[in-house]
Design a protein around this ligand. Structure first.
Ligand code: NAD
Length: 458
């Protein structure tokens, strides 16, 4: 799309929003129902696109993209009428008689920019909140997952109200053109470098932003952990989507007393999950493109591979890899890995794990494996992260009552469930007063007795 065409899309959405029809419950429910039908009737084609982009096993495509979208849309439909209802709050004596009310205003025209790693879900999940809150929406899927971007554009055009919901496909030029427009909110998912570009562009219009970023999410394994279950849960979290998950455990800090047993168990678990040759069949996702494949293969030198360590560039395949003897200043420990490579570092105990975490940018997720509640409380109480799961990985993401988002370098704002609705809603405070009873005490001319009353009433 050309720059002028993009500007026209945004101004036509603004006209639609100003016309008011996206505010009604009927419109919101209608669009959510249409979205549900869109996913149900086209799941096979969506999975095919996900396989073309990422070689996603269909189980993973269902679990993390299609199934989760259907669950979230049902949840939105169940709650939207309750969430959009005006709330009543009490008013103090000084303003009596009067009633406090909180209106749930849609924000207007909002922009959602998505990343390539869960290219369907990262468009649908925030969009549900934007629609449920009564906004007009522009979505910009990631051009890096081009097949999924194309099917999103086609299906949304076929199923949804295109006067209020539009897809703009494209890369940097299109996103740059979009960001020149005025929006009422921008939700961006992706890396922090582009996050800064988005925030700077938004600042020109004083547009608020939600930034869903990433970073290195640590995983601490305490000596009290049940190692068999721990390794299963970590391997699942790390190698799902071939590690291309914002909340994948990025690296392991393990108590040195159990380090060797942990590595042995992790290697056994990976063999159990993926067999002797994980490249065969539809066992593990592929890396999104050659550039990322090359970037990841270069990280293999950061340690000794206890398992894996190999890749096949033509197939964009990298074996599930565990690296030991990793130096904290090596390339694998510098930036987010975002691939199936798991560095394991020894720590002397809880305090060392906490200072390691606190010595780096605030992560999106923190994982703690321990049978000792005191240990998990210490870690949670003395570190800061977007979210956390104790004794599993990634699952806090699946609880829609838990707002999902980062802190510091890992992002700002949150969504999922009610938090998605709130992100795209302005809570407008209103005080409603009748004409009757209008005590003269608040009006000039002031005197001592009025001041005495004022002090009593406040
Ligand atoms: P990406 O390359 O798909 O980029 C994200 C979006 O930014 C795309 O839509 C792209 O078109 C746009 N973009 C890229 N360059 C731009 C520019 N110069 N100006 C304007 N727009 C631009 O995805 P990515 O950044 O590689 O995504 C991976 C990162 O996202 C990881 O750090 C990961 O942890 C993070 N992530 C976070 C979440 C979350 O929910 N917090 C989810 C998924 C991924």
């Amino acid at each position: 799309m050309e720059t002028q065409e993009i500007a026209d899309v945004v101004s036509s959405l603004r006209e639609t929003f100003d016309g008011g029809h996206t505010r009604s419950l009927k419109w919101r429910m209608g669009q959510l129902r249409a979205l549900e039908r869109m996913v149900n009737e086209n799941s096979a084609d969506i999975i095919q696109a996900l396989q073309a982009d990422l070689g996603k096993p269909s189980f993973e495509a269902w679990a993390a993209e299609i199934g989760v979208a259907l669950r979230d849309v049902k949840e939105m439909m169940k709650h939207v009428s309750g969430w959009m209802r005006t709330e009543r709050v009490g008013a103090p004596l000084i303003v009596q008689p009067g009633k406090g009310e909180i209106y749930k205003d849609p924000l207007g025209v909002v922009l959602i920019i998505s990343a390539w790693n869960y290219p369907f879900n990262l468009v649908i999940a925030p969009m549900l909140g934007a629609i449920a809150a009564g906004n007009a929406v522009v979505v910009k899927p990631s051009e890096v997952a081009s097949h999924t971007s194309a099917i999103i554009a086609k299906l949304m055009g076929d199923y949804l109200d295109t006067e209020a919901i539009r897809v703009v496909e494209g890369g940097v030029p299109e996103t740059t053109a979009l960001l020149e427009q005025r929006f009422d909110h921008i939700l961006y998912t992706g890396n922090g470098t582009v996050g800064r570009i988005v925030m700077a562009a938004a600042a020109k219009h004083l547009t608020p932003v939600t930034l869903e970023l990433g970073g290195k999410s640590p995983c601490y394994v305490n000596r009290t952990a049940d190692l068999e279950t721990t390794c299963r849960r970590i391997a699942w979290g790390k190698f799902t989507n071939a590690g291309q998950t914002c909340i994948a455990p990025d690296y392991i800090l393990v108590d040195e007393s159990i380090h060797d047993r942990f590595i042995e168990q992790m290697v056994a678990t990976i063999r159990q999950f993926y067999g002797e040759n994980p490249q065969e069949g539809q066992r593990i996702c592929r890396i999104i493109n050659e550039r990322h494949h090359d970037r990841l293969m270069a990280l293999m030198d950061s340690g000794d591979a206890a398992v894996g360590g190999v890749g096949d560039r033509e197939d964009r395949y990298i074996a599930p890899t565990v690296l030991t003897n990793v130096d904290p200043s090596s390339p694998a420990m510098s930036d987010e890995i975002f691939g199936p490579i798991l560095p394991v570092l020894k720590v002397s105990g809880v305090d060392a794990a906490i200072s390691f975490v606190n010595g780096r940018p605030k992560p999106l997720a923190l994982y703690i494996f321990t049978s000792d509640d005191h240990v998990s409380k210490e870690l949670l109480g003395r570190t800061s992260s977007g979210g956390a799961t104790v004794n599993h990985t990634m699952l806090h993401f699946a609880v829609s009552d838990l707002p999902f988002g980062g802190v510091g370098e890992s992002g700002m704002g949150a969504y999922h469930g009610r938090a998605s609705f709130d992100t795209f809603t302005h809570r407008k405070s209103v005080l409603r007063k009748p004409f009757m009873i209008d005590p003269s005490i608040m009006y000039p001319p002031y005197d001592e007795s009025k001041e005495k009353w004022l002090k009593r009433l406040m």
